[in-house]
Design a protein around this ligand. Structure first.
Ligand SMILES: C/C(=C\C(=O)O)C(=O)SCCNC(=O)CCNC(=O)[C@H](O)C(C)(C)COP(=O)(O)OP(=O)(O)OC[C@H]1O[C@@H](n2cnc3c(N)ncnc32)[C@H](O)[C@@H]1OP(=O)(O)O
Length: 353
């Protein structure tokens, strides 16, 4: 009788059987397709606190009832970074489990009303674009519009458009223009002066922008904190959002990949950098994010730092206690290489209150 657990026999069996594959390839997506994602999760206080604690998002309004009430919330709400990561995590099984690269995301938006623990998240995505990658014939580029809804009320609590490179079943011929394209390098074109706001209130950002106005200057600075990536941030946090991308938890497969190792979930990298930035400001409310890109891999042992440029400050927030500020945040590693960049619009508390 065959002993299936005899190592030689088993190795031969493994070679001959079919693998039941997970995930979809580029060819499986067509513009207009709507995909309802089966995994849903209940946003819990534990999940929220785990995410915020590990990414250094320590804004008291998300941790303490009195601080939450002072912000107009009934109780500490779900943090928008955890909400975004959970909305995306749920989609991975259908959209990107096959592998490839998370290229970018834009138009990330949250409603004014806070989301509380206990909300059950249901997520759907629509394919909005499919394109050939001219630099990588073995991949195609797919964009989806994703909406995370409160299952009970149907209200959209988080939405965004995201673009990934997705493996093809069959590589296609391309003109190779992407790979051949080179940009003329005229050297860095930076302003002469860098201005740091005196504090983290709306008026501080406004004053710093006024100082820079008409000068060859930018309001730009770095944040001191860094967070070295470990097993918790690289593997545990994405799995806690049901993100099944092998990039984050299968060292065996990833040892053969360009990174050679498991890599940090893009939402962990950006949330960590945003946590550093928020620790130097009086955040009132997150409004949204645009033009987010992930420039290179972050792996266990890499340290995530943050750099901020203040782009605008307008006195038009949803509350009189705050003003609206738009930032560009750049996350970078211990070798000063950018790993993430994106613009963020947030309401920032006024000093006068
Ligand atoms: C898995 C997961 C989430 C999930 O499961 O989802 C994750 O969290 S994983 C961790 C976070 N992630 C990463 O770790 C990626 C890090 N990153 C890199 O390693 C490099 O960035 C690169 C290898 C991806 C690219 O490197 P690169 O080849 O030098 O980059 P580019 O040439 O700029 O882009 C190549 C082609 O993508 C087009 N392109 C770029 N950006 C956009 C955009 N926003 N919209 C539409 N098309 C875009 C570009 O137009 C070009 O198209 P062509 O192929 O046609 O030329």
């Amino acid at each position: 009788m065959t002993d299936w657990t005899d190592p030689d026999t088993f190795a031969q069996a493994l070679e001959q059987v079919e693998t039941k594959e997970k995930g979809n390839c580029f060819e499986d997506f067509a513009e207009g397709d709507v995909i309802e994602h089966d995994p849903g999760l209940t946003l819990t206080q534990f999940g929220n606190e785990q995410w915020m604690g590990q990414t250094l998002n320590h804004d008291p309004a998300y941790w303490r009832t009195d601080a939450a009430e002072a912000r107009g919330y009934d109780e500490p709400p779900i943090h928008p970074d955890y909400l975004t990561a959970a909305t995306l995590g749920i989609t991975v099984e259908d959209l990107s489990e096959k592998g490839g690269y998370f290229l970018g995301r834009t138009d990330v938006r949250f409603p004014e009303a806070p989301v509380y623990a206990g909300t059950e998240l249901h997520v759907e995505s629509e394919v909005v674009n499919t394109a050939t990658s001219s630099s990588r014939p073995e991949y195609g580029i797919v964009s989806w519009r994703t909406r995370g809804k409160d299952a009970e009320t149907g209200e959209v609590v988080c939405s965004y458009e995201r673009t990934n490179m997705i493996p093809r079943r069959e590589p296609v011929a391309t003109d190779g223009s992407g790979a051949a394209a080179t940009e003329a390098d005229d050297g860095p074109d930076l302003p002469e002066e860098f201005i740091t706001p005196d504090g983290g209130y709306f008026e501080d950002f406004q004053a710093a922008l006024e100082d820079a106005d008409g000068e060859n200057a930018a309001v730009a600075y770095r944040h001191e904190r860094g967070r070295t990536q470990d097993d918790v941030t690289v593997a545990q946090l994405p799995l806690s959002t049901l993100n099944t991308a092998k990039q984050h938890h299968n060292v065996d497969v990833m040892s053969e990949s360009p990174s050679g190792d498991i890599v940090t979930y893009g939402d962990v990298t950006r949330s960590t950098a945003l946590g550093h930035a928020r620790s130097d400001e009086q955040t009132w409310r997150e409004v949204g994010f645009d033009d987010e890109s992930f420039h290179t891999f972050v792996a266990v042992g890499d340290t995530v730092y943050a750099f901020t440029r203040v782009l605008s400050a307008e006195d038009n927030a949803s509350s009189e206690q705050a003003g609206t500020v738009t930032f560009e945040h750049i996350a970078f590693n211990q070798d000063d290489e950018p790993v993430y960049s994106g613009t963020r619009t947030a309401e920032i508390q006024k000093r006068s209150n």
